[in-house]
Design a protein around this ligand. Structure first.
Ligand code: HGY
Ligand code: MN
Ligand code: MN
Length: 402
């Protein structure tokens, strides 16, 4: 265990160092192929090549480190972050894949590929999983999406020195996929458990709702005559919250709100509100989305505010591969820990690759249950346990029974 404890300390130090590769001084923000991603790629390439891995960037900027021969197991996660992020969401999974290669000292009985996906959060282009979708050949429809500056995915790829026309070569041909990830919630901490096996990942819907009323003078426009887009959106947001509170297992969030003109003495004429809906059962999630869209239209009709809805993502819930989650459970038990199973409310790259290859996830406890926040943490002993389990998993994984 002491080798794993040393490796865990090193992994945490690497995550903390990579967290300084940011678009914003003093905060961790790293979006798709932004300049600091180049620094992350350089650091990881150096560490990977130092332990004998061959390293390349694929057509969307996924970092791909490979070692060994024969059937391929991928250990991956993402290298991008949300704004003002913590140091572990995504990056930890890549750094732990590298740490396992280092612990194996190059003795890998199959091909082990460590993948750092270029984009999973969806911050820059509004649609998530761009990196892992390239791995399974479904990224092409995203190439013409534009960011807030009007730059397309294709242009961002070209500016990074890569070629979107080579998208096909990014496709992954592997017998299995394993992702280490922080839980990002309170369950493992509540169980006082360092690790958990993910059985399934909840589905998610991402939409934008545009409320269009009439901007007008805040002092001269009588209340009954107003078509206040922000008041309409605010009433709808309470409907969103009520639906989630009254539907078991449903998460619904309005994370972004852009009001125009957003001036204190002007009634807002236009508001764009995001909607993020999650549930383990797709039919419950989709019914909730339809209910909230109908509610927005009803509020709009009553207030004389037009409502337009853009649906950006309908990502079904995905079960992890029982064969691999079984090996993970055996590996955890072999280290003397209690095996806990849980569903992930957060989306992960594993859900994108799972339809094409057996996929599994190992969660690490999130102290305080906090994530997507600078206070995101891990415990060194939990990281050491994850590495111990990872070694046990690699020892047990048989590509013939993937
Ligand atoms: O938002 C999520 O589900 C994850 O953090 N990408
Ligand atoms: Mn995240
Ligand atoms: Mn993540």
């Amino acid at each position: 265990m002491s080798r794993c404890l040393d490796a865990a300390r090193g992994a945490i130090a690497r995550c903390q160092m990579l967290a300084t590769c940011s678009e914003e001084p003093g905060r961790t923000t790293r979006t798709f192929l932004s300049p600091p991603m180049r620094d992350v790629h350089d650091h990881l390439r150096t560490w990977m090549e130092a332990c004998g891995m061959e390293v390349r960037l694929d057509a969307v900027g996924n970092l791909r480190g490979t070692i060994g021969q024969g059937p391929r197991l991928v250990i991956g996660s993402h290298l991008d972050t949300v704004r003002d992020a913590g140091a572990y969401d995504g990056v930890l999974g890549v750094v732990l894949g590298l740490a396992l290669v280092e612990l194996l000292e190059g003795h890998v009985p199959f091909t082990l590929e460590v993948v750092g996906c270029a984009e999973e959060e969806g911050v820059r282009f509004g649609v998530p999983f761009l990196g892992s979708r390239a791995l399974v050949g479904t990224a092409a429809p995203l190439l013409d999406l534009a960011d807030a500056d009007g730059i397309s995915v294709r242009q961002a790829i070209r500016s990074y020195g890569l070629d979107a026309d080579q998208l096909e070569e990014a496709r992954l041909d592997a017998a299995g996929y394993l992702e280490f990830h922080i839980e990002q919630g309170p369950v493992l901490e509540h169980l006082d458990a360092p690790l958990g096996v993910v059985d399934a990942i909840a589905g998610q819907s991402r939409l934008d709702l545009t409320f269009t009323g009439q901007a007008n003078h805040a002092g001269t426009t009588p209340m009954p005559l107003r078509r206040d887009a922000l008041a309409a959106a605010a009433e709808w947001m309470l409907l969103v919250e009520h639906a989630a509170h009254t539907t078991s297992g449903l998460m619904a969030t309005v994370g972004q709100l852009h009001a125009t003109p957003n001036i204190r003495n002007v009634i807002n004429g236009r508001v764009v509100a995001s909607l993020d809906v999650r549930h383990a059962a797709d039919e419950v999630r989709r019914a909730a989305v339809d209910h909230l869209c109908a509610g927005a239209h009803a509020i709009g009709r009553r207030r004389g505010v037009a409502v337009d809805i853009a649906r950006h993502l309908d990502q079904p819930a995905v079960a992890m591969a029982p064969a691999l989650t079984g090996i993970l459970a055996e590996a955890i038990a072999a280290t003397g820990l209690t095996v806990h199973h849980l569903t992930s409310g957060a989306g992960h790259d594993a859900m994108i690759v799972a339809p094409q290859m057996p996929a599994a996830m190992l969660f690490l406890r999130s102290p305080g249950g906090i994530s997507h926040h600078p206070d995101e943490r891990v415990l060194v002993e939990d990281v050491a346990a994850a590495l111990e389990v990872g070694l046990q998993f690699l020892h047990r994984w048989d590509p013939r029974h993937a």
